[in-house]
Design a protein around this ligand. Structure first.
Ligand SMILES: Cc1cc2nc3c(=O)[nH]c(=O)nc-3n(C[C@H](O)[C@H](O)[C@H](O)COP(=O)(O)OP(=O)(O)OC[C@H]3O[C@@H](n4cnc5c(N)ncnc54)[C@H](O)[C@@H]3O)c2cc1C
Length: 306
């Protein structure tokens, strides 16, 4: 492709779409290259009730609105692709896809987000999609009237456990600590739900079944005692891994493989910015991704002007 874009955005989640809205509205020629489905983790979220100005929505709708907004301002979006090579050092950045297509730009915003962290215990790979899920919105319905476990103690785990009770008969939250790392309203909602039970200070150790998941074993950490439990499904919300594997050695990453940025979302390379769940930060929310995307876009515009 001959065109040299002003901005190429890698990733079309909340951060990337926001950067796309701001950049294209500033009349910068803007292209989003997105690996998976547009919207990223937003489309995995059953209900988003904390996005200001929108009382209650599901992530799919919010993502669709952001995408339309970006397109209305002229942002180009290409999805379901894989970037093979990043050449980000010179004034003209080059991104080469696995299918050989090449895209060039004067600046790049990296917003590849993250993916769920697996437990990495025996049986997890085998029963993924056959009883083990990382997305209540996608798979909750398959467990209508059944009994499921939710692993985790953060906001996602508690909120998705509550969402699962509209399908599952019983939801047991298994958490490794004796307290939750979630906002109090999420803890209250889960605690007050009669279909939710809690097993604290415990970790799953293995999954087993005959073709589909049927049983888990778990360890009570203070006593070391192991037990097994028959179960129809397990939903895992045990943290996330940044999608930065391909960026190792290209931009500076933290020891957790998050992209290191300053307050203006500048990375270690001139003309390369980053935004959203992929950067070093404490709170990963749609609002914070949107804020990062805004800052990255404005910083890219400033870089292009200078
Ligand atoms: C189950 C769940 C519930 C949540 N609930 C809420 C909530 O209620 N409220 C809230 O504010 N937040 C919630 N969050 C968090 C919120 O969804 C995220 O913080 C936010 O969506 C992150 O946006 P992002 O753009 O940084 O990344 P992502 O949403 O991860 O988007 C990244 C995009 O980049 C693409 N990509 C990845 N690698 C590449 C690559 N190499 N090249 C090109 N594209 C790539 C991905 O396919 C994806 O589309 C929830 C998250 C989860 C998982």
């Amino acid at each position: 492709m001959d065109e040299i874009f002003d901005v190429i955005i890698v990733g079309g989640g909340a951060a990337g779409l926001t950067a796309g809205i701001y950049s294209s509205r500033a009349r910068l020629s803007t292209l989003i290259l997105n690996e998976g489905a547009i919207g990223g983790q937003m489309v995995l979220t059953d209900e988003i009730a904390n996005y200001p100005g929108v009382e209650k929505t599901n992530g799919y709708l919010l993502a669709g609105t952001m995408k339309n907004q970006a397109k209305q301002f002229g942002c180009k979006i290409k999805s379901n692709l894989k970037i093979k090579t990043y050449e980000l050092e010179g004034e003209i950045k080059r991104l080469i896809l696995e299918d050989g297509r090449e895209f060039r730009s004067r600046s790049v915003i990296l917003s590849p987000g993250g993916r769920p962290r697996p437990l990495r215990i025996p049986g997890e790979e085998q029963f993924k999609g056959s009883g083990i899920s990382y997305c209540a919105t996608c798979d909750g319905e398959f467990f209508t009237g059944k009994e499921v476990i939710v692993v985790g103690g953060g906001n996602s785990a508690l909120e998705e456990a509550v969402a699962l009770t509209s399908h599952a008969e019983k939801v047991t939250i298994v958490h490794q600590f004796d307290h939750f790392q979630a906002f109090q309203h999420a803890v209250d909602q889960a605690s007050n739900n009669p279909r939710i039970e809690f097993i604290m200070e415990s970790e799953l150790r293995s999954f087993s079944g005959n073709g589909v998941l049927q049983e888990v074993t778990m360890e009570h950490l203070p006593t070391g005692k192991t037990s097994s439990k028959s179960i129809d499904g397990v939903f895992i919300f045990a943290g996330y891994i940044p999608n930065t594997d391909d960026l190792k050695g290209i931009v500076q990453l933290s020891e957790r493989n998050e992209i290191v940025v300053d307050a203006e979302m500048k990375t270690s390379l001139p003309g390369v910015f980053a935004a959203g769940d992929c950067i070093v930060k404490r709170y990963r929310q749609v609002t914070t991704a949107v804020a990062d995307g805004t800052i990255a876009s404005l910083s890219a515009a400033e870089y292009l002007r200078s």
